[in-house]
Design a protein around this ligand. Structure first.
Ligand code: AP5
Ligand code: MG
Ligand code: ZN
Length: 219
C-alpha cells in the first residue's frame, strides 16, 4: 500500500484531535499534532516549550521556522514511513509549502486533506466545554461527550484537565487567527485537488465515518 499523508484541516475545536486519536488506531498511522508536541515541551520546560508558550498563551501561531523544523525532525523517524495523520499542521501557506518540500525529500506527497467544517459559534461552544485526560489525552465535552464520572477519564481513570489556552479570550483569538492565517489553506489544497469537505457538525461517529471514507477513497 502507498504511504498516506493525511492533513486534517479545521478550526480550533473542529474535532481534529478527537478524530485523529481514533483514526490512528484504525489506520495504523502516527498522529502528529504540533499543538500536542508544543504542550509536551511546555510540560518538560524545554527551550522550545518556553518559546512556544509565549505564542500559545496569546492564541498566536508559533513562528513557521520553529514549527517546520520540529515537524521535519518528527517525520524523519521510521514510524512515519507508511504515512502520517497531521493534526494542526500546516497552518499557514508557508508551512504548507514547507510540508510539500519535506515530503518530496522522501519521494512522497500529501495524499488527501479532509476539511472538517464547523461554524465559528459552534467552535467556541466546543472549546468552552472541552476536558482532556492528563494520562492518555482523550478529549471529552461536558455537554456533547461527557465522561461517565465527572472529571475522570473513562478509559484509564486518570484526572481530566482544561487546557491553559482554553480561556475565553484565547479561544476567540485562536478562532480569529485560524480564519486569517489558516483558512486560506482550504483554497490552496482545493486547487491541488486534495480537499475533501466533511460536515463537522454531525455526531463524532458520523464525522469519523465520513473521514474514513474520504481517506480510503484517496489514492
Ligand atoms: P492546537 O493544539 O492545534 O489547537 P487548535 O488548532 O486550537 O485546535 P484544538 O486542539 O483546540 O481543537 P481540535 O480540532 O483538536 O478539537 P478537539 O478534538 O479537541 O494548537 C494550540 C496552539 O499551539 C496554537 O494556538 C498555536 O499557538 C500552537 N500551534 C500548534 N500548531 C501550530 C502550527 N502548525 N503553527 C504554529 N503554531 C502552532 O474537540 C474540541 C471539543 O469538541 C472536545 O471537547 C470534543 O469532545 C468536542 N467534539 C469534537 N467533535 C465533536 C462533534 N462532532 N460533536 C460534538 N462535540 C465534538
Ligand atoms: Mg487538537
Ligand atoms: Zn485517559
Amino acid at each position: 500500500m502507498d504511504p498516506k499523508f493525511v492533513v486534517l484541516m479545521g478550526g480550533p475545536g473542529a474535532g481534529k484531535g478527537t478524530q485523529a486519536k481514533r483514526l490512528q488506531v484504525e489506520l495504523q498511522l502516527p498522529q502528529i499534532s504540533t499543538g500536542d508536541i508544543f504542550r509536551e515541551n511546555l510540560k518538560n520546560e524545554t527551550e522550545l516549550g518556553k518559546l512556544a508558550k509565549t505564542y500559545m498563551d496569546k492564541g498566536e501561531l508559533v513562528p513557521d521556522e520553529v514549527t517546520v523544523a520540529m515537524v521535519r525532525d518528527r517525520i524523519s523517524r521510521p514510524d512515519c514511513a507508511n504515512g502520517v495523520l497531521f493534526d494542526g499542521f500546516p497552518r499557514t501557506i508557508a508551512q504548507a509549502d514547507a510540508l510539500g518540500a519535506l515530503l518530496a525529500e522522501f519521494g512522497a506527497q500529501v495524499t488527501v486533506v479532509p476539511y472538517i467544517h464547523v461554524a465559528g459559534d459552534v467552535l467556541l461552544q466546543r472549546l468552552a466545554g472541552r476536558w482532556t485526560c492528563t494520562q492518555c489525552g482523550h478529549m471529552y465535552h461536558i455537554l456533547f461527550n461527557p465522561p461517565q464520572t465527572p472529571g475522570v477519564c473513562d478509559l484509564d481513570g486518570a484526572r481530566l484537565y482544561q487546557r491553559e489556552d482554553d480561556t475565553e479570550e484565547t479561544q476567540r483569538r485562536r478562532i480569529d487567527v485560524y480564519f486569517a492565517q489558516t483558512a486560506p489553506l482550504i483554497d490552496y489544497y482545493r486547487q491541488k485537488g486534495l480537499l475533501a469537505e466533511i460536515d463537522g457538525e454531525q455526531s463524532i461517529d458520523a464525522v469519523y465515518e465520513a473521514l474514513k471514507q474520504a481517506i480510503d477513497q484517496a489514492a
